[in-house]
Design a protein. Structure first.
Ligand SMILES: Cc1cc2nc3c(=O)[nH]c(=O)nc-3n(C[C@H](O)[C@H](O)[C@H](O)COP(=O)(O)OP(=O)(O)OC[C@H]3O[C@@H](n4cnc5c(N)ncnc54)[C@H](O)[C@@H]3O)c2cc1C
Length: 420
């Protein structure tokens, strides 16, 4: 999905983390924003006091935050309006999360999957501030960031919140101590190292249990089965009566076939009760407690929004996502915008909230950048519209599946090549 989206943007920058390419990405975004305005719903501007060189602070440098920053750089600012942009992230690397499976399988390197922000932003005026966001004070318009050695107070005129989501391990007893998550770069490197150790051991059969049969669980179990080859004995536990319940039918069928080929054992209607060292206990379809031995346990079931102190002052939905207006401003919060997994963003024409995907975050970045600019330059804002381009999954190193634009279905080598 993100590849399609990126190709449309013309910015395959992860393979070439050079600033020229980033500038091109920003320009493309601006051109598209201009095109967008022709057919899109506009909303009157919000600025009454003209701001001179406003401070724009972007919290979180994932798909939503980084792309908003890139587009902001290329808005048609006047000399007086030209903002000071600060991007804050706790990590020094942008992580292209959908490529973590390629990192795990060894087909891509860490620097390809997770380039440094300083490289991505070189030759730009953006200030990258590495540190953990600890609190937000919307009344004082400040953000507290815990850097390497010091606590910093950053003032803002416009704030963009894009801190994404994080895995939840505490919902299953024992998971925090005995299971690994697979969500960020550190997780992927840890799991990779663990697989390397297991492959170097004398075990003839390496038992791996993956909990959760959504996109992450299916892609992860396929990749691991591929990496372990003949010695792998991978089990995928699904609470539902099948896998990928929110996926397109073509992708679900292809994934089922691929898992069979990779000899991944799929246990359906398996609700995990607890995890102890080396074993997972679950209720099976017959309501009896069963257990399964494992040399490695991975939990992909559940995420929650990444919050910080002061977040509670902003309106949220039942999932803890920030509620936004149709122009992606946080409701009842002047000058604060939100996008990506942290936000509930609803398409203005279908009134449907977007899913938490990179595809949605990338599309929202265009709107947020324009609307931040519009709020400073007193231009009309744009109401958010989402275009579902389809979905794409990796199924081990040799298979993938793509279902795009309602009529394009690909699998096998063509899908692998297209996805890469
Ligand atoms: C393994 C995996 C595979 C995926 N595959 C796909 C796919 O194929 N297609 C697709 O569309 N989507 C995919 N997704 C989902 C997609 O990656 C997310 O929806 C997308 O990254 C959301 O973008 P975001 O900007 O909201 O958050 P993120 O990209 O998660 O970025 C959030 C950023 O905020 C930073 N941050 C968070 N809290 C703090 C804090 N307190 N202080 C400082 N920094 C902070 C984080 O370090 C991170 O850089 C995948 C996700 C995972 C985990």
């Amino acid at each position: 999905v993100w590849v399609i989206n990126n190709m449309e943007k013309g910015c395959g920058f992860v393979m070439n983390p050079g600033s020229k390419i980033l500038h091109r990405a920003g320009r493309q975004g601006l051109l598209r924003t201009k095109r967008m305005r022709k057919g899109f719903v506009t909303v009157s501007g919000m600025s009454s006091d003209p701001l001179v060189r406003p401070n724009i602070v972007v919290l979180g440098g994932g798909f939503g935050g980084l792309y908003t920053t890139l587009h902001l750089m290329n808005m048609p600012w006047s000399r007086l309006q030209k903002p000071r942009i600060t991007l804050v992230d706790r990590s020094d690397r942008f992580v292209f999360l959908p490529l973590l499976y390629d990192l795990l399988s060894g087909s891509m390197s860490t620097s390809e999957v997770a380039p440094y922000y300083v490289e991505l932003l070189q030759n730009s005026d953006v200030k990258f501030q590495m540190g953990a966001i600890t609190s937000l004070d919307p009344d004082a318009k400040t953000v507290q960031v815990h850097g390497k050695d010091e606590e910093q107070n950053i003032e803002y005129d416009r704030l963009v919140i894009a801190t994404g989501a994080e895995p939840v391990l505490d919902s299953i007893p024992g998971a925090e101590d005995h299971a690994f998550a697979f969500y960020g770069l550190e997780d992927a490197l840890l799991v990779k190292e663990k697989l390397r150790e297991l492959l170097g051991s004398e075990l003839s059969s390496i038992k791996v249990v993956v909990i959760g049969a959504g996109f992450n669980g299916v892609e992860l179990s396929s990749t691991i089965a591929d990496v372990l080859g003949e010695r792998g004995c991978v089990t995928l536990l699904s609470r539902d009566d099948g896998i990928l319940k929110n996926s397109k039918p073509h992708n679900r069928k292809t994934a089922e076939k691929s898992l069979r080929k990779l000899r991944v054992n799929v246990e359906t209607k398996a609700s995990v009760d607890r995890i102890v060292e080396g074993a997972v206990f679950f209720q099976s379809e017959s309501s009896e407690e069963e257990s399964i031995q494992a040399d490695l346990i991975l939990c992909t079931a559940g995420t929650r929004t990444s919050k910080f102190s002061g977040f509670g002052k902003l309106p949220q939905n039942w999932r803890g996502q920030l509620q936004t207006t149709k122009t992606l401003q946080v409701k009842e919060s002047s000058g604060i915008f939100a996008l990506g997994d942290i936000a509930e963003s609803t398409d203005v024409s279908s009134a449907t909230p977007s899913k938490a995907t990179a595809q949605a975050a990338l599309q929202q970045a265009d709107y947020v950048a324009w609307n931040v600019y519009a709020s400073v330059a007193d231009e009309p804002s744009l109401a958010y519209r989402y275009l579902d381009l389809g979905e794409m999954m990796s199924l081990g190193d040799h298979d993938a599946t793509i279902s795009a634009l309602d009529s394009i279905n690909l699998s096998g080598k063509a899908a692998v090549a297209f996805r890469r």
